[in-house]
Design a protein around this ligand. Sequence first.
Ligand SMILES: CCCCC/C=C\C/C=C/C/C=C\C/C=C\CCCC(=O)SCCNC(=O)CCNC(=O)[C@H](O)C(C)(C)COP(=O)(O)OP(=O)(O)OC[C@H]1O[C@@H](n2cnc3c(N)ncnc32)[C@H](O)[C@@H]1OP(=O)(O)O
Length: 240
Amino acid sequence: MLRSCAARPRTLSALRAARGGAPRPARDPGPARRSFSTEKVIHKDHSLPNPSWSKDLRLLFDQFMKKCEDGSWKHLPSSECKVPQRIHSFKTYFLDSKPVKEDQLSQARPFTRSYEVGQGFEYAMFYNEDEKRTVCLFQGGPYLEGPPGFLHGGALATMIDTTLGVCTISCMGLFMTANLNINFKSPIPLCSVVVISSQLDKVEGRKVFVSCNVRSVDEKTLHSDATGLFIKLDPEKSLT
Ligand SMILES: CCCCC/C=C\C/C=C/C/C=C\C/C=C\CCCC(=O)SCCNC(=O)CCNC(=O)[C@H](O)C(C)(C)COP(=O)(O)OP(=O)(O)OC[C@H]1O[C@@H](n2cnc3c(N)ncnc32)[C@H](O)[C@@H]1OP(=O)(O)O
């Protein structure tokens, strides 16, 4: 994700300055944050194969890594601690409208990267800039059970939300989900692998419309299809 954030043409302060508003001083990260940001900590990339990955997930991962060789697809790294510019701007410009306790914030980590290896969300994301498409290879672990032996619908909704969110990567700015419509067509056996294929359908002002389908590895089963609306955050508007 860092790569795409680094490529972002302008920061929020540049956006704000462009509007003639005085750039808001970045919030003092506080001692804990300062020491954290000066540490040279190498964060684990959770989007790489690990022993919990099934043969299906490894095969699909290798197939998509091959697609990356000509540069058409990009593998998106995923660490639970790295604070890319986009998230940092979000915390600087949008979180102060509702003071969140510093110590709670310092414990924050992405929901999908908060389980022991293999027990929750195992996934890898690939992005195609030209086609504005994101593919997520997802294996839901045993802690994501809904109906006995099947994946919880909320766990699938989480991965759909995350995958659709990544589709906004090519748009400037920070986006939040305003609407998700999900059809659950066929239950997903727990610990099986599915492919979430998503695309950016249209942009209207601050509104980005995206959609996806969720299929089994052999593509024979359509497990789900969904649409989403993401709204670009307006730094002049408070979030709460
Ligand atoms: C933010 C950075 C950090 C998170 C990263 C998120 C995503 C992008 C990421 C990239 C990569 C990373 C991976 C993705 C990881 C996770 C993704 C998860 C994303 C989420 O999980 S995020 C949490 C859940 N999400 C919320 O917690 C939002 C709560 N919500 C609000 O904060 C406001 O609601 C907001 C800001 C959305 C809009 O507020 P606002 O004031 O800026 O805009 P406003 O209301 O004026 O609407 C403008 C135009 O959108 C139309 N519109 C609005 N809502 C609509 C709806 N529901 N249906 C149909 N149309 C709707 C209006 O009708 C108007 O349309 P028109 O202009 O035509 O009149």
